[in-house]
Design a protein around this ligand. Structure first.
Ligand code: BDP
Length: 726
């Protein structure tokens, strides 16, 4: 009262007033969290017992060895320390003199008496693997290589962040997949194709002179989840990145990433020899073209001695490729493979190839094109296949190429950025979708041949293995737009390390490291996460519907999208709704895409009566009034699922609201406001789709489904300018 009443002429001196003002604001400063630290929050220990327990180890740490990666390890330990204990870190010993409780060193650097205790275990480590081992009061983190040691350190910090007991530790961990990459669809002008979290974090203009702290933090975050490669430019490639002007910049990034074990890869535009040096052709069998790529590759390795290799999108959506010269995908890939081979590089050749004239069902085309080429690729080529045969839709069956190419290494491509799953503002736990794909049985060698075993190479003994995630990172302060989309980046890294990891545990670790170790917080967030995928599929594309999003920017519903230059870029091509039925017949009576799968799948998916309903309209045309296994007609089931999706989104919102006060206010409100958008957009999807399809079914909405807020004309005319990501 006193202060307000005399605000203009304060009795309290200005200096004191200012102090009071600062004190009032303090809680906001203390608890404000913009999410920049991702899952590396290193939140303060919550009580004395925990502080003392972990303090014993962290106050008695010995780090042995010398390399830039060791410096990174030391810095990370210090950062973690100051977070956990909320004070400046003490000295980490870098010599073996003294009695440490926590020993971090490569196997060869450990003192003999410690080394001897772990010799047997160390045998089973590969070059990137690590060992966490507790023995007689000492905790040992060890590895064969510097990078293994960094991974081991992050693994230990994760144990501490998630409050695990250290005396039980005995963990030997080797990554199951060799090449674990992010694919950035970043353009040189800093826009990001299908990026919804701001601009590209690569500031090309300031490179190579300026190495932004964000590049280092990017490398740290990736190393903490085991990612070891990054393709920094869009697959719709600009040949300019192969010129000295840009190679110098890419080299500066590679230098910054190297201590973190991350290699740089570049996208190669197939006609670069023509664009950059006026060659009359880019024919992969032309010796001059082959020589051009050899020279160019040598030049790249002069800039980046450990350059990882090329990622190529060819003969797809307007990108040039071997088809232009009547050559095969193998001819194209092998030419580049020969160029990088002497330097140890690889070529990741995308299988996302389909023809603008739509000669057959689009989803058949990659298989039809690549299957006959099995075994025709050089041994340093790996074919990169999207998780499903269409295009990162909310739900697709696994891609039939998995399991069909025993002689050609295949790598998985997931899309971490949520182009088709609500973009920046919807909360959906992508790990649930990825797990569904990874667990799908290809039956390639009988039952028990899941996609995960194709990708980790064990099913076909692939010599080369890999996995890529299309990045969801941008200049947004929290990196990913939605705070919860950080979980997708995190889960991608975890599944890349081990594609059979339990996603429930991955989710829980992420929550503990990002938000809190409080039981209620964990339970509530995990509940939302684990239900979010099914909820989204229900309000977007239930019952196997696909490709019914808006044209071009792909934001929001667009089941009415038709016409234009390409049939296979419309919605009507896929749902084929008319007054009798809806759905795409992919059985032998239709496009027979089903035949690309093992016969076991024909049994499961081939019969419209018994197919699991989530794939019904993907494989079958079904009359609107057909009674389904649920007892509902197709129309009623569709309407009820849309409604259920909306209710699910509202439930997520309600669950989240319970956490007010348990989560820092900044992240709490950010997520709450995005959930609001999600609920509105879920209603938008439901209303627009049901109004549109209702014109064909001519059936009323069943009881329990809310009446749409507007009429169809409203949704048809709903347009927004400058939707991001194009
Ligand atoms: C589609 C995207 C397009 C990408 C393409 C691809 O809409 O922007 O270029 O995938 O993967 O889903 O090449």
């Amino acid at each position: 009262m006193y202060i307000y009443g005399n605000l203009l002429k304060p009795k309290i001196p200005m200096k004191k007033l200012f102090l009071i003002y600062i004190l009032l604001l303090l809680p906001v400063f203390v608890f404000a969290n913009d999410g920049y630290k991702l899952w590396l929050q290193y939140l303060p220990f919550e009580n004395k017992a925990i502080t003392e327990y972990y303090g014993d180890y962290l106050d008695n740490t010995v780090l042995l060895g010398k390399s830039p990666t060791h410096d990174v390890i030391q810095k990370e330990l210090e950062l973690a320390y100051s977070g956990f204990f909320d004070k400046n870190p003490g000295n980490i010993s870098r010599t073996s003199v003294g009695s440490g409780l926590l020993w971090i060193a490569k196997f060869g650097d450990l003192p003999k008496e410690i080394r001897e205790t772990i010799t047997d275990h160390a045998q089973s480590l590969n070059d990137e693997g690590y060992l966490l081992h507790y023995l007689k009061g000492k905790l040992i983190v060890s590895s064969k290589t510097d990078i293994g040691l960094l991974y081991g350190t992050f693994a230990l910090l994760k144990k501490i962040q998630t409050r695990q007991k250290l005396e039980d530790l005995h963990e030997i961990s080797n990554p199951k997949i060799q090449k674990r990459l992010l694919n950035h669809w970043d353009n040189l002008n800093r826009t990001v194709e299908r990026g919804f979290a701001g601009f590209s974090i690569w500031n090309w203009h300031r490179l190579p002179q300026h190495i932004d702290q964000q590049y280092i933090d990017y490398a740290r975050a990736n190393a903490s989840i085991g990612i070891n490669g990054t393709s920094i430019t869009n697959v719709n490639a600009n040949a300019l990145v192969l010129t000295p002007e840009y190679l110098e910049k890419a080299a500066a990034l590679a230098d910054a990433f190297r201590p973190y074990g991350i290699k740089v890869y570049l996208t190669a535009r197939f006609n670069a020899p023509m664009v950059l040096d006026n060659l009359p052709t880019a024919d992969p069998l032309d010796p001059k073209v082959q020589q051009w790529w050899k020279d160019k590759t040598k030049e790249i390795y002069n800039y980046i001695p450990d350059f990882g290799g090329f990622l190529v999108k060819a003969d797809s959506e307007g990108q040039p490729g071997p088809h232009n010269y009547g050559r095969t995908q193998a001819d194209g890939a092998n030419m580049l493979a020969d160029a990088v081979k002497p330097f140890g590089g690889i070529v990741m050749w995308r299988a996302f190839v389909y023809n603008e004239h739509t000669p057959t069902d689009r989803i058949r085309q990659a298989y039809d094109e690549f299957k006959p080429l099995d075994g025709k690729f050089r041994d340093n080529v790996i074919v990169q296949v999207k998780n499903g045969p269409l295009d990162f839709q909310p739900r697709e069956p696994f891609h039939p190429l998995f399991g069909a190419m025993p002689e050609t290494p295949l790598m998985m491509e997931f899309q971490i950025t949520k182009e088709y799953l609500g973009q920046d503002t919807h909360w959906v736990n992508l790990a649930t979708m990825w797990e569904e794909v990874l667990k799908s049985d290809t039956y390639a060698k009988g039952p028990g041949s899941p996609v995960s075993k194709v990708v980790d190479g064990s099913l076909h003994n692939y010599k080369l293995t890999g996995i890529a995630g299309v990045s969801n990172i941008g200049t947004d302060r929290n990196w990913t737009g939605h705070h919860t989309a950080q979980a997708d980046w995190f889960a991608f890294g975890q599944l890349a390390w081990n594609p059979e990891q339990n996603i429930d545990n991955i989710g829980e670790d992420w929550i503990r490291m990002t938000f809190s170790n409080d039981t209620e917080v964990i339970k509530t967030i995990k509940g939302i996460m684990m239900n979010s995928y099914e909820i989204l599929v229900n309000y977007m594309t239930p019952l196997g519907l696909h490709h019914i999003m808006a044209r071009s920017h792909h934001w929001g519903p667009g089941p009415w999208v038709t016409g234009g230059g390409r049939d296979d870029w419309t919605a009507t091509y896929y749902h084929k709704a008319n007054s009798d039925s809806i759905g795409f017949d992919r059985t032998e009576k239709g496009s027979n895409a089903l035949a690309q799968y093992a016969p076991e799948w024909k049994e499961t998916w081939g019969d419209a009566e018994s197919i699991p309903l989530e794939f019904l309209l993907w494989f079958h045309r079904v009359p609107w009034d057909k009674k389904l296994s649920t007892g509902n007609t197709l129309w009623n089931e569709m309407a009820l699922r849309y409604q259920k999706g909306v209710e699910g989104a509202r439930w997520m919102q309600k669950e989240w609201s319970k956490l007010e006060g348990s989560i820092d206010p900044e992240r709490f409100s950010h997520i709450a406001s995005f959930l609001n958008i999600q609920v509105n957009e879920a209603e938008w999807w439901r209303d627009a789709c049901l109004l549109y399809f209702g014109q064909y079914s001519k059936m009323p909405l069943p009881a329990g489904v809310e009446a749409p807020k507007h009429d169809l004309t409203y949704y048809l005319n709903f347009k927004r300018n400058f939707v991001p990501g194009i």
